[in-house]
Design a protein around this ligand. Structure first.
Ligand SMILES: Nc1nc2c(ncn2[C@@H]2O[C@H](COP(=O)(O)OP(=O)(O)OP(=O)(O)O)[C@@H](O)[C@H]2O)c(=O)[nH]1
Ligand SMILES: [Mg+2]
Length: 203
């Protein structure tokens, strides 16, 4: 996709604050500090439109970004970071679950996993839950630049087993080297062009 325009629309906590459902929407989920915000910036060729930070727990609200006046991307707050105050952590789950279950324009979720970390209960619970809700999910393995090509392949095989997905289904990605950017865009475009009846409008 050629990015002509990308803008921050708003932050939201609850449905009353979400922007109108005028565009197909993709949400980005994953642990704190895994690289969600960096991944969105890479996809849309922006350095820091989406705020990133070396400190985990930076994104605490649902942040909506409109791309080319045609596609909405939602940066979700990360889960699983112990230093975020409990009170805030407790509000995240309902905030994200409410969003995922009520948003009719949502076409799918990109679940982001660090290549060096074996996914835990949170990832598996989220995957199960998305399947139960019939929400399509693309899994991206990020920070690939941290490992050699050989190590990347080894980790891909371990991760595919833990996540119960074929290795070809996983997208190797790096916000630093931009590896996987085109592959991920292709997957996103395929997801966006499928309507709820399962008819693919791509031609
Ligand atoms: N080497 C490398 N570093 C990355 C990559 N992606 C993100 N980072 C770094 O990881 C840190 C966290 O990145 P963010 O994009 O802010 O992560 P996040 O998942 O949005 O974090 P929260 O909003 O706190 O949940 C930053 O220091 C980034 O520079 C990558 O592909 N490679
Ligand atoms: Mg973030």
């Amino acid at each position: 996709m050629i990015i002509k325009h990308a803008e921050f629309i708003k932050s939201a906590v609850k449905p009353a604050h979400y922007p109108p459902e005028c565009f197909p929407e993709i949400a980005f989920a994953g642990r704190s500090n895994v690289g969600k915000s960096s991944l969105i910036n890479t996809l849309i060729n922006r350095r820091n439109l989406v705020k990133t930070s070396s400190q985990p727990g930076r994104t605490q609200l649902l942040n909506f970004f409109l791309i080319n006046n045609a596609l909405m991307m939602v940066d979700l707050p990360g889960y699983g970071y112990a230093k975020v105050p409990r009170a805030i952590q407790k509000t995240w789950k309902p905030m994200v679950e409410t969003y995922l279950t009520t948003r009719k324009s949502l076409k799918g979720v990109v679940l982001i996993v660090d290549i060096r970390r074996t996914p835990g209960l949170e990832e598996n619970a989220l995957l199960e839950w998305l399947k139960y809700q019939s929400i399509p999910c693309i899994i991206v393995i990020t920070k690939s630049d941290k490992l050699s090509k050989n190590e990347q392949l080894k980790r891909l095989s371990v991760l595919s087993e833990t996540l119960g997905r074929d290795p070809n289904e996983l997208v190797l990605f790096s916000a630093k080297s931009r590896q996987g950017k085109d592959v991920l865009w292709h997957r996103l475009e395929a997801l966006i062009s499928v309507d709820p009846a399962g008819v693919n409008h791509e031609s």
